[in-house]
Design a binder for this molecule. Structure first.
Ligand SMILES: CC(C)(COP(=O)(O)OP(=O)(O)OC[C@H]1O[C@@H](n2cnc3c(N)ncnc32)[C@H](O)[C@@H]1OP(=O)(O)O)[C@@H](O)C(=O)NCCC(=O)NCCS
Length: 158
């Protein structure tokens, strides 16, 4: 991801379908987004990646190193009107980046319990559900369980 992509990513992130799946659901201003990008792109523990098809941006994924030995957490979304199959393409390339290119050992994902597409998505691509953090997220009016998923490099197939 480069500075030129900022407004595209902000529009996706602010789309109700994406925003409602995230841990913070407030609409992100241009200034907040710029500040996030400045911080995140200067942070050696983070990788911000854009997925393109035919020169068009179709998805965003970020990896954050959690600890020594290549244990990372990912977060992702596809362009709100992207065609079916875009998420699968994103998963394929993102996991290939993680395990082949970056040499990570484990990719983790934290998913709000109501986000059925993302739960099915993680299971489809080989993640195991490793635990449930009960009522671990408060959205301002309700508590939600958080599902923890993990995929080890040894269990990943390209
Ligand atoms: C999750 C997300 C990336 C899936 O993208 P997508 O383009 O729909 O993915 P695909 O069409 O390639 O589908 C891949 C799999 O995802 C799951 N999935 C996608 N949409 C689904 C839905 N509406 N209901 C249930 N499962 C769904 C299925 O397992 C699907 O495989 P299948 O078609 O064989 O059943 C996309 O919905 C998204 O960006 N959601 C908002 C952001 C988000 O939730 N990010 C993850 C935060 S943890």
């Amino acid at each position: 991801m480069a500075a030129d992509d900022l407004e595209t990513i902000r529009a996706w992130r602010n789309h109700p379908n994406v925003r409602s799946s995230m841990f913070s659901t407030n609409e992100i201003t241009r200034e907040e987004h710029q500040a996030w990008f400045d911080r995140a792109s200067a942070d050696a523990a983070r990788r911000l990646l854009l997925l393109e098809r035919d020169d068009r941006a179709i998805g965003f994924v970020q990896f954050q190193v959690l600890g020594e030995g290549g244990i990372v957490e990912w977060g992702f979304y596809v362009a709100p009107r992207a065609q079916k199959g875009t998420g699968s393409l994103l998963s394929h390339h993102a996991l290939r980046f993680a395990f082949q290119h970056a040499g990570f050992h484990k990719v983790c994902g934290r998913v709000l319990a109501f986000n059925e597409p993302s739960i099915a998505f993680h299971l489809k691509f080989g993640f195991l559900r490793e635990g449930i953090l009960r009522e671990h997220h408060f959205d301002g009016s309700r508590y939600h369980d958080v599902f923890c998923f993990g995929l080890l490099k040894s269990a990943w197939h390209d």
